[in-house]
Design a protein around this ligand. Structure first.
Ligand SMILES: [Zn+2]
Length: 300
């Protein structure tokens, strides 16, 4: 059964892949000209004001926080978010579709932000401290930093009745995790996605922190995952989709125990688990697909 899921957004590994590829092209270079074709990109600020603010600035560093790309310049900071379908292309083909923004560098490349669905954003902060405050107000710990510990995750989940899967997608609980990497991490940690956040034990929180780091680093190593639109800055697709353990594998055998991978909808997101390796909570609804062995159940 085809289950095209909309809303597979670039997550931390995809944004980090873009950052690593783009940084050598833009760091240390001055912005010669900016063309903003879509006022939605920088709303509520006006395109002309945002373009004027960026012109002449030198990019000091390209950083990442969660799924945000942080362009630190010699005066001011641009926060860029790819959202669902945004891509950044270096010296693209002239007929590359859905151009929303063009940034041309002195003695350097031309970078296009292309975005068919137009949810991507670019927000200029003349005060760099205001940009950091904007992010800190919206984002929990960076999962690859020392701040993200089992205790920190346990504190964020304590008392929460929502499914742990939904809570992992809340950027205030942990920054940068989305639908793909949440499913993969829950599988590795053997925590069922429907378990209430507050019912995840301290030991399981520690396992989940380790698993989140493992899947994010594997995703970065693979250059991110491409399901719909994600592209590298040269237009090439990522490869992590070939390494998914359970995500988008409904009905296929669990890599650990061969039980067919189950699919449910949790918080409006397609969610994949092995209901043998990840014990469902009492009262969990039956999966929409998979979840049961086709043949006789082997005990052991
Ligand atoms: Zn299994």
């Amino acid at each position: 059964m085809a289950t095209r899921e909309t809303g597979s957004v670039p997550e931390l590994p995809e944004v980090e892949t873009v950052r690593r590829q783009l940084a050598p092209h833009v760091e240390g270079r001055a912005i010669a000209a900016v063309t903003i074709d879509d006022p939605r990109w920088c709303a509520p600020d006006a395109p002309a004001a945002t373009a004027a603010a960026l012109r002449g600035r030198t990019v000091r560093a390209l950083e990442r926080r969660g799924k945000h790309l942080i362009w630190r310049t010699d005066a001011g900071t641009l926060l860029l978010h790819l959202r669902m379908t945004g891509v950044l292309l270096v010296d693209p083909e002239p007929d590359a579709p859905y151009r929303r923004v063009e940034i041309a560098f002195d003695d350097g490349p031309t970078v296009w932000f292309c975005d068919p669905r137009r949810f991507g954003t670019g927000r200029w902060f003349a005060d760099p401290g205001a940009a950091d405050a904007h992010l800190d107000a919206r984002l929990g710990p960076e999962p690859l930093s020392d701040a993200f510990t089992g205790d920190a995750l346990r504190a964020a989940l304590r008392g929460r009745r929502a499914p742990v899967k939904s809570l992992l997608l809340d950027q205030r609980v942990v920054a940068g995790v989305g639908n793909i990497y949440a499913d993969e991490a829950l599988f590795l940690a053997r925590v069922h996605p429907l378990r209430a956040g507050g019912a995840v034990t301290p030991a399981a929180c520690r396992a989940l922190v380790d698993a989140i780091r493992t899947v994010l680093l594997a995703g970065i190593d693979a250059g991110g995952a491409t399901i719909d639109d994600f592209r590298h800055v040269d237009g090439v697709t990522g490869g992590f989709q070939d390494d998914f353990l359970v995500h988008r594998r409904a009905g296929e055998p669990c890599p650990t125990c061969a039980t067919p991978v189950a699919r449910r909808v949790v918080g409006q997101r397609a969610t994949y688990s092995c209901d043998r390796c990840q014990t469902p909570p009492r009262g969990a609804p039956a999966p929409l697909e998979g979840g049961r062995r086709a043949g006789p159940i082997l005990r052991g």
